[in-house]
Design a protein around this ligand. Structure first.
Ligand SMILES: Cc1cc2nc3c(=O)[nH]c(=O)nc-3n(C[C@H](O)[C@H](O)[C@H](O)COP(=O)(O)O)c2cc1C
Length: 135
């Protein structure tokens, strides 16, 4: 499996990851679940009205962490989350996760997709060495 696909497969398997952002000198973290590869980039989805969106607009540096309790492995992805107004990506995200359609619409001026830039994914476990993927 290619690096980025491996990251997505991990996120899809565990379903929930935790997204950390920065607000001034205060870290903020919350559960997230959206993940999609589009055009060779890893996207997440949120709403522009949310504090998380405003934090990323002010400072795109972010990190996500997910844990697979069935294997004991965890994944961290650190980088910048960049807004993308491409409607096609929003449509693809809503198609992948139809549950979002009750809350979001590609044309609602709230739905936001962001992709990781200058990102490093690190797979870790207590059992073995780390694997690092840059994208
Ligand atoms: C399992 C789970 C997955 C979630 N996935 C997302 C997501 O992908 N995108 C999103 O915007 N909110 C998601 N949420 C909701 C956010 O965690 C919630 O809106 C949070 O308050 C956003 O952070 P903020 O208040 O700092 O903006 C999820 C919540 C849970 C419990």
């Amino acid at each position: 499996m290619e690096g980025l696909e491996k990251v997505l497969a991990f996120l899809d398997k565990v379903k929930t990851y935790y997204l950390a952002t920065v607000e001034g000198d205060q870290p903020r973290v919350r559960p997230f679940g959206t993940a999609l590869i589009y055009d060779g980039k890893l996207y997440i989805q949120t709403g522009k009205v949310k504090p998380v969106s405003k934090q990323l607009a002010a400072n795109p540096k972010a990190e996500i962490c997910a844990f697979d309790f069935t294997t004991g492995a965890w994944l961290r992805v650190a980088g910048e989350l960049i807004n993308d107004d491409n409607r096609d990506v929003k449509v693809a995200m809503l198609e992948k996760i139809p549950d979002l359609k009750s809350m979001y619409d590609p044309d609602d001026d709230n739905t936001q997709v962001l992709y990781f830039k200058n990102a490093t994914a690190t797979f870790s476990s207590f059992a073995g060495p780390q694997e690092t993927i840059n994208f």
